[in-house]
Design a protein around this ligand. Sequence first.
Ligand code: SAH
Length: 565
Amino acid sequence: MTIRKGKLLIIGFGPGAFEHITQRAREAIEESEVIIGYNTYVDLIRGLLTDQEIVRTGMTEEVSRAQEAVRQAELGKKVAVISSGDSGVYGMAGLVYEVLIERQWDPSTGVEVEVVPGISAINSCASLLGAPVMHDACTISLSDHLTPWEQIAKRVEAAASADFIIALYNPRSGRRTRQIVETQRILLKYRSPETPVGLVKSAYRDREQVILTTLGSMLDHDIGMLTTVIIGNSTTFVYEGLIITPRGYQRKYTLDSTVQALRPHERLRTEAEPWSLNAQEEGWDDDEEEPPVRMESTAMASAAASEPMKTEQHSVSLALEALQLLTAKGILSGGSLSAAVEATSPVRTTLSIFELGIAPGIANKKFTAQQMTMIAELVGEKGEIEYTPHHQIIVRIETEDPSSVVDQLKKAQLLVFPIGDVAQIKACDFCNLEKDEAIPVAEQLNRVIGGLKTPKELKIGINGCGMACYGAVLEDIGIVFRRGAYDLFLGGKTIGRNAHAAQPVAEGISASDIVPAIERIFKEYAEKGHPNERFHKFFKRVGKVAGFEHQDHHEPVAVDAACGD
Ligand code: SAH
């Protein structure tokens, strides 16, 4: 006679609502003969019960529940052990295995085990809050019932410093009230008090409660054993009552909006992600037909290959470095650095690479030694200073505070401008500022459209004499000052094997008319250009911009046969 082998079904039934119990979990409950679970959980799955034997236990009797389950299974029964959420996440699965192992369980001959997955609280609670868990996240149980508090505190600290989104399970009970207070204190060392926090109690159960709060004020609300606390990372934001964490860290700043999201076509490109492992290993493949968004990026990727920018450093040490820098510059004074960290708490520790163009002026091409020194100091060991094919100095600075970088540069009389898909004024040096009549126009152009968004980068060259030695006529838009007025060129193809100069479209435009004309051209391009469409393509496609006609270069030249033969 063969003894019937029992089976252990370790089932997570999800947050509580019937619809969120998986099909397999339902079947497993239905097919089992004995159900072992905490009272409340048995009540939650009542709808699925038929004639199963129920072994109900109190909350703290987990070990005896696991032992009882194993004992019944060894008697040959099919036993369901139920946990809320997922049974492998602070649930019964591990405990059941531990009991089995203690009894020298052999999977091939002993009772069969099936762990049935369920929706864990981090997932169910996140779904009620919006999309807070879009990036790297971790779960931390604040219960120090089975784990020493120092260990938990260490994990909170590590998760906070590494900018993880954190889901706190077992945040607080009648008896354990200090843990959540201490956790908040640790988190505030690394994250802003404004960090969005969601408190979800009894997700998908009768007494469901969803509260949107912040790290600073989360303790003003009711937090209990049935609550999961979800804490955003440094990029998490709130929109119409929803907590959203963007999928990636954004890196580019414009002067007006601080954060400039990468456009879809810029995403997933190695050179747009200088922090990625790929960027550190590969350069740009220069056989590509269309070069990268910005030519400059090629140099950047290869620079990164030889000397990777370290973007993943322990944030405390980075914060300390930032403070050191400020102290060295006399911006912060007195006290030890660690005291300064405490004093400036909460320290925002997420670094972004702040990328911007720098120039001594529109016409002035000469940096002073002091300016160079201060740029070098700002950029530091980890940043980059790049000289591009466009007479541009681009700097990349690791910083938590881009606006202070801009302030410092401006204080040093430097011009700062965003790079990428914006209008950029490229003026000549006006023969060392001697042929200076057109400088006010260049400066005015920079004031009115410099840095504004365009479908694709738009370079507007302006040269102060007919020599046009800075190549204005080779740009997207070229302006050449000659005989007291301005000649206008449109649609240069600045890159590629079939690069060509811009077309001359008008001559002798007056000083008062030229800026409005360029503004109109810019406006039409900004409004009607397709995303990512270069200006020369746009000009060709629309045929006429602000009244200036495109002439097709490839039209066969009509040969006047009259004078032939
Ligand atoms: N195995 C479960 C976790 C058990 S630990 C899972 O995977 O979800 C118990 C903790 O889980 C609670 O203190 C609470 O923080 C969280 N939790 C479980 N179910 C929840 C629900 N429906 N709503 C909110 N939090 C819940």
